[in-house]
Design a protein around this ligand. Structure first.
Ligand code: HDE
Length: 714
């Protein structure tokens, strides 16, 4: 149990908002109880010695030199000096949460004998880490980048790690190219610029020389690379895997995570601003959603391809730069995942968690995708230097719930006190234990799929991996008009930052022109390159003209659950409007932030004190999804004279957000020179606009406004 905070902290509850602040502090203390370290235990050294003075080093006289003998100070500083561990070489910036996975129905006879896919009543614990790829541990959350989506299932048969991304393909086809790719995308070696992004020469040099990257680079130029938050990203296992059923039959599968919140993204201007206004935007959003009980949820599904259908597609299932269009093979839902608990300690859990694609359980197996095969080696290898040795599986967050028992011994950071004399197998000293378990349909030992391989040893790329453009073309064709516009803008922005003209030209002529000539010509114009008149590679006939499942505008949830709405107030605000809109939005599962000129409560028109959640400056429009301004003549007058409030509205308008102005707030339209449209609504009071406001928020953006919004200053 938490003991009370020291008096110094409680004395701050002595201002005008005494009651509210005291109440919310008490709530916070209760909430944080389980995270508290208020044990009542004495301060001791690591050797267990009680410490009498933690304020002063041992000195020869109060003003004299410090003494080497001070083991208390030396232990403390030595430990501190070694607090940091190497950050991940890629995916260093991340955030994570605990939760559970629950299967819908038993899969043993249909698809996989994996134990965690059998019992719909069973909740298998998971730990999920989301990440960006390029930036270091302290970099911004909203940069243009791929998002990692790594899930550790703590199953009764051992840990299963599904280490995926929020995009369904990858930049390269063979693991041997990974260090080249990463060196190219990382900040440049001479000046370590840029942090967190790919808008620089070495990245575009590499990808313009490596056409197999064309499809994935196109994904990173879409809005998928700037998600609005981590609760609304899709996840993909990327590679083809195998699943083995109880009869031993194997099928190929591709894993998909579909967010219940729908797929939503930021606009580029928002993403850039948010990176400065709130570096932790995504981390904070996930944390706050879970703390508030709004638990993010995803559905796990698989595309299933029967063994005999392996070669029926016009691409190779083993090629990680290809998707299987959902129109050809629909996603079969398997179960749902809910994230319902934040970590207690970032370092111990989020930083020290070690994922590895080779952590599989019986019923799940690998394909021969050459990128996947390389990953099976790389992840354990990297933990050996990052986590300081081969015993990282003993770190609590990595420990399986299934017991592990074998003859592996010693090495750095071993914490298990192994018993018995026989650390080898077979043995006759410890009764032969631990022994092998034969493979079986249920709870058996792991047995690799009995695949026949008969070939020459070669260093070769299969010819079936040779088409690098047709799926990129399919993807571009499948995007809606605003999505295509954003892609053109993203290539233009990124290539516009490339200093070497020949790299710009090569990307336009040899890559973009082969994806879509119109795309290439528009980008060429924006970056000062002569527009190409023809592709350099003969286009392959597309077997599918469009895949609607690829456009994120088709992937909205249709409701406003989990969105964040700003309510702008000042002294004199109509308190009834605030109350009404709050209850209407909360009833739909949205989060409401009442924002004042500063963090102090405002006085409503009826004289009552109205607490606020923060200031408009502290929670900028780029961090929220929509804006409501209640009526109240005095409040509207104050907002009309407040630069922050006016900018708030104009910025929300520019970013195509739903805006509703109640009562006198309609007067603000003139002040900021904006006109009503299908998402900028006015009405006599909150009740009159709330229905249309909610419908506009559910559409996520007012796309029809985009051309007009361009003239609003950024
Ligand atoms: Fe990774 N990747 N990767 N990767 N990857 C790492 O492992 C690697 C690839 C992915 O939150 C590293 O523990 C190679 C594809 C995620 O902790 C490292 C290749 C996909 C995460 C590594 C790939 C991913 C990583 C760095 C090509 C999507 C973060 C630290 C053969 C399917 C996991 C670490 C977390 C992390 C190697 C390609 C996803 C160095 C060699 C494809 C989500 O081992």
């Amino acid at each position: 149990m938490a003991t009370k905070k020291p008096a110094a902290n409680t004395s701050e509850a002595a201002g005008t908002d005494t009651l509210d602040r005291a109440n919310s502090n008490a709530k916070l203390e209760q909430l944080e109880d389980f995270r508290s370290d208020a044990t009542g235990a004495a301060l001791r050294t690591n050797q267990g010695v009680k410490i009498a003075d933690n304020q002063n080093t041992l000195k020869a006289g109060a003003r004299g030199p410090s003494l080497l003998e001070d083991f208390i100070m030396r232990e403390k500083i030595t430990h501190f000096d070694h607090e940091r561990i190497p950050e991940r070489i890629v995916h260093a910036r991340g955030t994570a949460a605990h939760g559970y996975f629950q299967v819908y129905e038993a899969q043993g006879k249909k698809l996989s004998k994996a134990g965690f896919l059998q019992d719909p009543a069973k909740k298998t614990p998971v730990f999920v880490r989301f990440s960006t790829v390029q930036g270091p541990r302290g970099s911004g959350d909203t940069v243009r980048d791929v998002r990692g989506f790594a899930v550790k299932f703590y199953t009764d048969e051992g840990n299963f790690d599904l280490v995926g991304n929020n995009m369904p393909v990858f930049f390269i086809q063979d693991a041997i190219k990974f260090p080249d790719f990463v060196h190219a995308v990382k900040p440049e070696p001479h000046n370590e610029i840029p942090t967190g992004g790919s808008a620089h020469d070495t990245f575009w040099d590499f990808v313009s020389l490596v056409p197999e990257s064309a499809h994935m680079v196109l994904w990173t130029m879409t809005d998928r690379a700037i998600p609005v938050n981590l609760r609304s990203i899709q996840g993909f296992g990327v590679h083809t895997f195998r699943m083995i059923d109880v009869e031993g039959k194997s099928r190929f599968v591709k894993f998909h995570w579909k967010p219940a919140q729908g797929v939503r993204s930021l606009l580029w201007d928002e993403a850039q601003k948010l990176a400065g206004k709130d570096t932790d935007a995504h981390r904070r959003d996930l944390w706050e959603a879970i703390e508030s009980g709004d638990y993010p949820e995803w559905e796990l599904g698989v595309q299933i391809v029967e063994e005999e259908d392996e070669h029926k597609f016009d691409f190779d299932l083993l090629d990680p730069t290809k998707i299987i269009p959902e129109e050809l093979v629909p996603v079969t839902p398997l179960g749902k995942m809910v994230l319902n608990r934040n970590p207690d300690n970032f370092f111990a859990e989020t930083e020290q968690v070690a994922f590895c694609p080779s952590h599989v359980v019986p019923g799940i197996d690998f394909s021969n995708d050459p990128l996947l095969q390389g990953r099976l080696f790389s992840y354990t290898d990297t933990q050996i230097s990052r986590l300081g040795g081969p015993n990282f599986h003993e770190i609590p967050i990595n420990r399986p719930v299934a017991p592990n028992h074998n003859g592996q011994r010693d090495a750095q950071h071993r914490t298990t006190i192994d018993k018995g004399r026989a650390s080898y197998e077979p043995n006759s000293i410890d009764g032969g234990w631990p022994k092998e378990t034969p493979a079986g349909p249920v709870d058996g030992g792991f047995e690799s799929y009995y695949e026949r391989v008969d070939a020459h040893k070669v260093r070769e790329r299969s010819e079936s991996f040779g088409d690098h453009f047709s799926q990129a073309t399919l993807f571009f064709n499948s995007l809606s008009a605003p999505e295509q516009e954003h892609v053109i803008a993203a290539y233009s922005f990124e290539l516009g930052k490339v200093e070497r003209q020949w790299i710009r030209e090569r990307q336009v002529n040899e890559i973009l022109a082969n994806i879509d000539l119109g795309l290439a010509q528009k980008v060429a114009k924006n970056i000062g390159v002569a527009p190409p008149s023809a592709p350099t590679v003969k286009p392959k006939k597309l077997s599918l003209e469009k895949s609607p499942a690829l456009s994120q505008l088709n992937l909205l949830s249709g409701n406003i659950k989990g969105t964040k709405i700003a309510v702008l107030v000042a002294d004199g605000v109509n308190g009834d409007d605030v109350k009404a809109i709050k209850s209407a939005l909360l009833a739909e599962g949205a989060h409401v932030k009442v924002l004042g000129p500063n963090a102090a409560p405002v006085t409503a028109a009826d004289g009552s004190a109205l607490p606020v959640d923060g200031s408009a400056e502290g929670m900028p429009s780029v961090a929220l999804d929509a804006v409501f301004v209640p009526g109240g003549a005095k409040s509207v007058e104050a907002l009309s004279a407040d630069g922050v409030a006016k900018h708030y509205l104009m910025e929300a308008y520019k970013h195509l957000k739903a805006i509703a102005l109640a009562g006198e707030a309609k007067d603000l339209l003139k002040v900021v020179s904006l006109e009503e449209d299908e998402g900028l609504l006015t009405g006599a009071d909150a009740g009159a606009v709330q229905k249309d406001f909610i419908a506009a928020i559910a559409k996520h953006r007012v796309w029809a406004r985009e051309p007009k919004a361009k003239s609003v200053p950024a």
